[in-house]
Design a protein around this ligand. Structure first.
Ligand code: NAD
Length: 478
């Protein structure tokens, strides 16, 4: 049984829960503690008590711990990739790739711990010295989703620790295994007691404590828009308004123009919409396609989908694994039904698949003849379902692409430099891609969106410093 880590000790839980393998629902992946609100409060107190010493700890120490953890993660990527794929359902290469990426994030942030920032501005005022420095924030609550169960926690926890903050981490209920392994590795790499705490359990209960506790200085959250809105309200309702970083949903478009390289466009479309079972926040859910290439593009996708195997995440011949759980499976089926009723044409998929293990297997699903006002084109589905809408020209395609409450990622396939440049300038998204799938991002670069997809400073790379530190301006007269 995997326990919660509070103040450097693995705590005996009052309640135990288990997670299920979505590729084979008969299989229990592991047993995990289910923390209480009291555990969450205890963890916050431990993080608060550990903060002053950690904030003053040497950058070298923080570097060494993160680097050791990065090495262990990398050395165990196959084993942890299996665990991740077993609880989340992405294929084994994707699971191993995610663990390796988490290791890279830790290694990068180990380097960041050594990068001491600050400015001294002599002579700005006569007889006075002025300095601008960055200090750690304090206690950071990390609340993570299920779809990248090790990479997302890693890219929140690693910068928090690197810049001298302490952390209380609440993973998503469906994927405690990867979260637990990450915390275990960081703990054994030498973190002092209380610097990193883990409380698994209910979102509203544990997350609720983190967002309302006066001793938590900041919340870094990734998840859905409705949960993000609730968290935002909680974070500003207490005596101290918490700093927030909210990374939320998307409804990401891929524009395909007549002059696109068809093969490139089809590959971007299939990779972006259907791999990882469409369960990426940057997955493409809308193809906006001009008339001249429309039919060839749809045919190309269908031919490509026809060659993909949907199956058990750990089987070598599976290209796409199952949907994560019954709830998401039901949501996907409901949207397929909605798409049919709204009058879109079901061009491929839509069927539940039987496999030799009982799991949440769904055919990748493509609707055509969708119009931009349909729910399947406006709402985040978060499954292997995408729709095609026709546009007259680039201008109309861009208008449709931007006509959404979301603004995470957007892509275009074109060989026109003019349209590519205009798209990069005018697409209302935090991440824009030209002749690439909307998903698939580099951990060195800033990550985040606009509009309802994102609130607060960017994650990842050197930009993470803006969230995890507070700027102080000092004036000194001799
Ligand atoms: P979710 O919003 O249901 O849950 C996210 C986390 O919030 C979980 O740990 C959950 O337990 C917790 N939570 C739930 N209620 C809470 C509350 N009242 N207070 C505090 N915490 C609470 O999201 P999910 O289903 O785990 O993940 C899927 C969603 O995440 C999708 O919308 C997807 O687009 C989004 N996502 C966004 C990004 C991004 O970077 N923009 C990345 C991955 C996933």
């Amino acid at each position: 049984m995997h326990r919660n880590l509070i103040d450097g000790h693995w705590r005996e839980p009052a309640e135990v829960t288990r997670n299920i393998n979505p590729s084979d629902t008969r299989e229990i992946v592991g047993l995990y503690a289910r923390g209480s609100a009291a555990d969450a409060r205890h963890a916050v107190e431990a993080a608060r008590a550990a903060f002053p010493a950690w904030a003053e700890s040497s950058p070298q120490l923080r570097h060494d711990i993160l680097a050791r953890a990065a090495n262990e993660l990398l050395a165990r990527k196959e084993e942890l990739g299996r665990l991740l794929s077993s609880e989340e359902g992405k294929t084994l290469p994707e699971g191993i790739g995610e663990v390796a990426r988490a290791a890279s994030v830790l290694a990068f942030m180990a380097g960041e711990a050594l990068r001491i920032r600050g400015d001294r501005l002599p002579g700005l005022q006569p007889g006075s010295d002025t300095e601008v420095t960055r200090e750690p924030l304090g206690v950071v609550g990390v609340i993570a989703p299920w779809n990248f169960p090790i990479a997302i926690p890693a890219w929140k926890i690693a910068p928090a620790l690197a810049y001298g903050n302490t952390v209380v981490f609440k993973p998503a209920d469906l994927v405690p295994g990867s979260a637990w392994a990450l915390v275990d590795i960081l703990h054994r790499a030498g973190l002092p007691n209380g610097v990193l705490n883990l409380v698994m359990g209910s979102g509203s209960q544990i997350g609720g404590v983190l967002c309302s506790h006066p001793e938590v200085d900041a919340i870094s959250f990734t998840g859905s828009v409705p949960t993000g809105r609730r968290i935002a309200a909680d974070c500003v309702s207490g005596p101290s308004m918490k700093r927030m970083q909210l990374e939320m949903g998307g409804n990401n478009p891929l524009i395909v123009l007549d002059d696109a390289d068809l093969e490139v466009a089809v590959e971007c479309a299939v990779q972006g919409a259907f791999f990882s079972t469409g369960q990426r926040c940057t997955a493409t859910s809308r193809f906006i396609v001009t008339e001249g290439i429309h039919d060839r593009f749809v045919r190309g996708i269908i031919q490509r989908l026809d060659r993909l195997n949907i199956g058990h995440a750990l089987r070598a011949d599976s290209h796409i694994g199952p949907v994560v759980d019954q709830k998401q499976f039901d949501v996907d089926l409901e949207y397929i039904d909605i798409g049919r009723k709204e009058g879109a044409r079901l061009a491929w998929g839509g069927e539940v698949l039987e496999r030799d293990t009982p799991g949440y297997y769904l055919q990748p699903t493509l609707f055509t003849e969708a119009n931009p006002s349909m729910r399947i084109a406006r709402e985040e589905i978060f499954g292997p379902i995408a729709s095609v809408t026709q546009a007259r020209d680039f201008e109309e395609a861009l208008h449709i692409a931007n006509d959404t409450e979301f603004g995470l990622a957007a892509g275009i396939c074109t060989t026109s430099l003019r349209h590519a440049s205009q798209f990069k300038r005018q697409a209302q998204a935090g991440i824009v891609k030209v002749n690439q799938a909307t998903s698939g991002l580099d951990y060195h670069l800033p990550f985040g969106g606009r509009k309802a997809s994102s609130y607060g400073p960017r994650e990842q790379g050197q930009y993470a410093v803006d969230f995890y530190t507070v700027v102080k301006t000092a004036y000194t007269s001799a």
